[in-house]
Design a protein around this ligand. Structure first.
Ligand code: DLL
Length: 439
């Protein structure tokens, strides 16, 4: 019989496979302790007073619903560190969210928080094949972004070798990978594509790089995109998810079965809610993920609205972990486009494009409003070998893409084919959506 696992099934910490009733009891205890600690934070103090919540009010997980939500706007309002739940001198590290404009949102860590964070990252790294004998090439930025340092300490915790390359200068990254023999790549999935592209431009077959595994996170990627990257670089890709406000990477990650990311529920309580009614959606339905980080000391957070859309799966996993799994992120509530009444996520466009031979997995979605209605243009790069001057060929390709998007997303869009290499590459998170409606 074919194994259900892509690789050997390993579990780092017994806490990942606690019986569900024990896990629930632990969550209630930790939530109660968390409520007591955050009662010192002015934002929560006021909200608890309004709702008449005290730590004793937390008797079961249902009582979570009595607690207030926290949003990005709340964090901004208490800039820079108004959500600290410990004296300032206990803080040993500050990171920032990846917002590219304006002030970042800061998140703080105590010494114990850093130890916890390393352990959480070690868990998903090990479930995705990391062993002490591996060398890991980290191409995430280290500057305020949580990706670099989070994974860095996770890899060290496992005892593997870290090469902390950070982002940028792809030819140098390729040289380092070759010379140091990295078997494991840590980056965004879009940066992995760029590595493959630059390698090819150097006359190198990307499959000849020593990479065997990759841990991708920080941005959404479809399964088709993952398969494309795996083929191009000759590696096996694992997904991991997190966000700065909750801890950074380490909130959830793929196991050896690669059928959903296990949420580290002994530290984070997850809810999946309808973003409008804020009521729970049925299991398996898509909704907004909301996380409570119960055990962090410096900045615990209650019911943080991530804006990330995914579905939960509570069925038992063959790997033996007892934690709930989340699907890939299909979009963000703030990325969801409503085009002539139809909901459209960038991931649907990606899925459609990857079905079409001859296009590169490099695309951008432009939204404009020339009149009363929104107009969507999908700009997509052609592969060098199909780029041609023949109008009829290009027209046929455009029609093919439009048809695939129609099948996946149910709407027609404008398709603009552009030359190879003309869409900007970024070393970090790819910018797929350009909203030009208010410019
Ligand atoms: O991106 C933390 C992280 C770093 C996770 C490295 C994994 C690896 P932020 O910069 O605060 O933190 O951005 C968080 O990125 O709300 C998602 O929208 C998106 N995101 C992160 N991981 C994934 C993933 C880090 N695996 C935001 N799939 C989140 C889809 C992801 N989206």
């Amino acid at each position: 019989m074919e194994s259900r696992f892509a690789i050997e099934n390993r579990i780092w910490n017994d806490a990942e496979s606690l019986p569900r009733d024990q896990l629930r009891a632990l969550q209630v205890e930790r939530l109660r302790d968390c409520v007591a600690r955050v009662a010192q934070v002015p934002f929560y103090k006021e909200a608890f007073a309004r709702e008449k919540v005290t730590p004793d009010a937390i008797q079961s997980l249902d009582d979570l619903r009595r607690l207030p939500f926290t949003t990005k706007a709340d964090l901004r309002e208490h800039y820079p560190l108004g959500f600290l739940a410990v004296p300032r001198e206990k803080v040993v590290r500050i990171h920032g969210s990846s917002g590219t404009t304006g002030r970042p949102t800061f998140v703080a860590y105590t010494k114990d928080d850093l130890a916890l964070w390393s352990d959480l990252c070690a868990r998903f790294l090990v479930s995705g094949g990391l062993r002490p004998e591996h060398t890991v090439h980290i191409a995430f930025g280290y500057g305020l972004f949580t990706g670099g340092f989070g994974l860095h300490y996770g890899v060290e915790r496992v005892g593997a070798t870290v090469v902390p390359v950070s982002s940028g200068n792809t030819p140098r990254q390729i040289m380092l990978m070759q010379d140091l023999g990295a078997q494991v790549l840590v980056s965004t999935p879009s940066y992995a594509l760029q590595i493959a592209e630059v390698a090819r431009a150097q006359g190198l077959d990307p499959r000849e790089l020593p990479l065997e595994f990759a841990h991708f996170g920080g941005e959404p990627w479809t399964q088709d995109m993952g398969e494309r990257i795996e083929r191009e670089l000759g590696l096996m890709a694992f997904n991991n998810y997190g966000l700065s406000e909750v801890i950074g990477p380490g909130v959830s990650g793929d196991c050896a079965a690669r059928d959903g990311m296990h949420i580290q529920e002994d530290h984070f309580i997850v809810e999946c809610l309808d973003p409008d009614s804020l009521e729970p959606v049925a299991e398996g339905e898509y909704g907004e993920l909301v996380f409570t980080a119960m055990t962090k000391q410096a900045m615990p957070i209650i019911r943080y609205r991530t804006r990330d859309i995914a579905a939960l799966n509570a069925s038992p996993c063959p790997c033996g972990r007892t934690t709930v799994r989340m699907s890939r992120i299909v979009g963000r509530t703030d990325d969801m486009l409503i085009i002539r009444g139809v909901n459209l996520f960038p991931s649907q466009i990606e899925e459609a494009l990857l079905r079409v031979e001859g296009v590169a997995p490099q695309y951008q979605i432009l939204i404009e409003r020339p009149g009363a209605l929104d107009v969507v243009t999908v700009r997509v790069e052609m592969r060098p070998e199909v780029f041609s001057d023949k109008m009829s060929q290009m027209q046929a390709l455009r029609e093919r893409i439009d048809r695939e998007i129609q099948v996946v997303a149910g709407i027609h869009v404008n398709v603009e084919l552009v030359e190879p290499q003309s869409i900007e590459r970024t070393p970090g998170k790819a910018k797929r959506v350009l909203d030009l409606r208010n410019t």
